[in-house]
Design a protein around this ligand. Structure first.
Ligand SMILES: [Zn+2]
Length: 114
């Protein structure tokens, strides 16, 4: 429920930027990011020796994997990302593992540079 005072602020300032400023969208956190990045580190540590480790390729792996796992957005004022139930959910952990493995195969076969 939007408070009247907030609606008035939007009306006075006007436009989309005002809307962005009135609410704390910057505190939206996708917890999947932490889980995917951890998994990328794990899989690059223990296998895939022949994959390029440059910034472009490693971040590309994370981006591709993140586009293939269910996002886990929550509102976080603290920035702490470790309370998620998904951390202990085997099904979600497996989907992260699989998405990262597939992303590594893709980037290995087709790196974004020569
Ligand atoms: Zn590379």
């Amino acid at each position: 429920m939007i408070k009247n005072s907030n609606l008035n602020i939007i009306k006075v300032i006007g436009g989309f930027m005002a809307f962005m400023d009135v609410y704390s969208f910057e505190f939206l956190k996708n917890e999947a990011e932490v889980l995917v990045i951890r998994e990328v580190e794990q899989q690059l540590k223990s296998e895939n020796e022949n994959m390029c480790r440059c910034n472009e390729c490693v971040v590309d792996v994370a981006a591709i994997a993140l586009n293939n796992v269910k996002p886990l957005y929550r509102f976080s004022l603290l920035g702490a990302l470790y309370a998620s139930q998904a951390l202990t959910e085997q099904g979600y952990a497996d989907s992260v593992k699989q998405a990262v493995a597939q992303a590594i195969v893709k980037v290995k076969a087709n790196p974004s540079h020569d």
